[in-house]
Design a protein around this ligand. Structure first.
Ligand code: BGP
Length: 452
């Protein structure tokens, strides 16, 4: 056993819309991603999650692979529109049966399910009534959360309320890169704050229904750096940090909006976004804070191609090593971000709810996927976890994104993050070199130190 990693739980993550498929099966109603992926130009090549990795139809191979890997934990999400097809109201028995089977089978394989309640797939019916900018959605979310926890509390102890509220707010409602594809800055800020309300209310609801549950949230933070010491670049860096990081880090941890927001959005937009919302209620005691870490960015004042979300900012192209979608591989940024999140949430254990690298993976002529870049990435990021722990960060769990290749949102099926290669036409799963490596790594870390 490596002392510096002792007790860390090793896992992987997936999300419902990205792997389940069965979009029209089992009584499921459309989510905003079903609608969005059909909009011409929204997703690369018009790909959709209709079939994805066919986990709804046949979860067995995924479950067997999670066991074979020796995972302690698997982070999955519930498709809200599979469980409650109307968005609110009646629960679908077929939806309940699917998730009871999934969670029960994981447990029987000694893999503990960690369940995300909202991973971006809002029922379309709620979007039609205003989506996340309407209080109806927040209320429906809390009702859905209460039902889900009551239905599954005998099988699930660990809940993540919302995945990456930044992306839902600013990619779903400003850059338009994600569903529902709205482009309106004021709406994006409103949605950010509505999710803060939704999170706080959901945590309280979970504790009411199951006082022994463990509850957290998954925020994505980027490690940012100013391109130069010039006033313009430093200002751009501060603005990017405000919108991408501090808006969420400060609000969720301290219950107040970070300074600088009024200067950026204007008083009127903020006042509207805050209607019926008390930000102090977003800061609730958590059992863990989930961090999704992918990005390190160098920020300059915008000249040329501007950022799709933050005004006046440009993210410079990064040098190698980088992912297939141009994201820098920076374990040092991971360490800094782990330190930052644990300072913001003193005493709260940190769970790395996602971390991984996109590659253009393929099967070679021998039928193998030799993803050596991911093997290296895993080694360096697991080392970063160890280093952060040595520096006092209580990292309790690490979930690699992703257990398997997925429908990767607006990148469709082109980008691959999986430890398991998915042959999409047959939904066959083939462990990549990184899966074999992760399996050995986990086994080695668990191995008692030889005596003597
Ligand atoms: C996170 C999402 C995941 C997955 C991952 C890929 O934002 O929670 O569902 O899509 O990102 O990262 P990227 O956005 O870099 O493609």
């Amino acid at each position: 056993m490596r002392d510096d990693l002792e007790g860390v739980k090793w896992g992987a993550a997936i999300a419902a819309y990205q792997v389940e498929g069965g979009a029209a099966s089992g009584g499921r109603s459309p989510s905003i991603w079903d609608t969005f992926s059909r909009k011409p130009g929204a997703v690369l090549r018009g790909d959709t999650g209709d079939v994805a990795a066919a986990v709804f139809e046949n979860p067995g191979p995924m479950l067997d692979n999670a066991e074979w890997l020796g995972l302690d934990v698997l982070r999955v999400s519930i498709s809200w529109s599979r469980l409650i097809p109307g968005g609110d109201g009646e629960v679908s028995e077929e939806g309940v049966a699917f998730y009871r089977h999934l969670f029960g089978e994981l447990r029987s394989r000694n893999v503990t399910p960690v369940v995300t309640l909202y991973h971006w797939d809002l029922p379309q019916r709620l979007q039609d009534r205003g989506g996340w900018s309407s209080m109806e959605t927040v209320e429906a979310f809390v009702e859905y959360v209460e039902k889900a926890v009551a239905l599954f509390k005998d099988l699930v102890q660990d809940w993540v309320t919302i995945n990456e509220p930044f992306c839902t707010a600013f990619h779903g409602h400003l850059s338009g890169l994600h569903a529902p594809g709205i482009r309106d800055e004021a709406v994006a800020l409103r949605v950010a704050l509505m999710q803060m309300k939704g999170h706080g209310d959901a945590v309280r609801a979970i504790r009411r229904v199951d006082p022994s549950a463990r509850v957290g949230l998954a925020i994505n933070l980027s490690d940012l750096e100013a391109a130069s010491e010039s006033d313009e670049d430093l200002q751009a860096y501060r603005t990017a940090d405000l919108i991408e990081n501090r808006l969420f880090l400060v609000s969720f941890s301290s219950g107040r909006l970070p300074d600088g927001l009024a200067e950026y959005f204007g008083e009127e937009v903020i006042a509207h976004a805050l209607e019926e919302i008390d930000v102090s209620l977003a800061s609730v005691p958590l059992d863990f804070i989930g961090l999704n870490y992918y990005e390190h960015n160098v920020i300059s004042a915008s000249q040329g191609k501007a950022d799709t979300v933050v005004r006046g900012v440009r993210k410079l192209p990064v040098p190698e090593p980088r992912s297939a979608n141009g994201v820098a591989t920076r374990p040092d940024g991971f360490i800094r971000t782990l330190l930052r999140v644990s300072e913001a949430f003193p005493g709260v254990p940190v769970w790395v709810t996602e971390n991984g690298i996109a590659l253009h993976d393929y099967l070679d002529p021998s039928g193998l996927c030799n993803d050596i870049e991911r093997v290296d990435y895993l080694d360096r990021h697991v080392e970063a976890v160890a280093e952060a722990r040595r520096r006092g960060v209580n990292v309790e769990a690490y979930f690699h994104w992703c257990l398997m290749d997925t429908f990767e949102w607006s990148y469709g099926y082109q980008l691959k993050y999986g430890l398991l290669y998915v042959d999409f036409p047959t939904s066959r799963l083939i462990p990549k070199a990184s899966a074999h490596h992760y399996r050995e790594l986990i086994a080695q870390i668990r191995q008692p130190e030889p005596k003597g």
